[in-house]
Design a protein around this ligand. Structure first.
Ligand code: SF4
Length: 149
């Protein structure tokens, strides 16, 4: 299998304010126009197939992946649709999340989170700084392991 690995820009900004962070923080997370982002993906899939690439593996640009769970869910549904339209072609996503954002989304919108995972989200990187307590970091870990099982 030939895999193209790259960063995909679909969101920027973070509403948190970690003192050590140089990112665009303390502002609402903003998504690109989803129609344009999907057009970009459609183009990339077309080009990849022409070059014999069978899988796109994307690092998503979100500073905190689960900060706007509804937007991430909507985006993941479009990825699901693209996969259905391109049988045999794989799309995988990865990203970073604050533990607290992930846990909040997982508790309030468990089905969304499961569906986002089913769309191809393979890895979530948690920064320990985003956990209020060691217990919350453990809870995020357990949740993601349970989802994989
Ligand atoms: S959550 Fe992440 S991106 Fe947001 S301010 Fe903290 S370190 Fe920066």
């Amino acid at each position: 299998m030939i895999i193209a690995i790259f960063s995909f820009h679909e969101a920027k900004g973070c509403n948190q304010g970690c003192t050590f962070c140089a990112a665009d923080k303390q502002q609402r997370e903003q998504y690109r126009n989803i129609d344009i982002a999907i057009k970009d993906l459609e183009y990339l899939i077309k080009r990849a197939k022409r070059l014999g690439v069978n899988k796109l593996s994307m690092y998503l640009s979100n500073l905190d992946l689960f900060q706007s769970p509804e937007m991430l869910y909507n985006f993941s549904q479009e990825i699901k649709r693209l996969k259905e339209e391109n049988p045999g072609f794989e799309i995988e996503t990865r990203g970073l999340s604050r533990v607290t954002s992930f846990l909040s989304a997982a508790k309030k919108h468990e089905q969304w989170v499961q569906s986002i995972k089913d769309s191809g989200l393979s890895t979530v990187g948690f920064g320990h700084y985003g956990a209020d307590t060691a217990e919350s970091l453990g809870a995020a870990y357990k949740f993601t392991v349970d989802m994989i099982d």
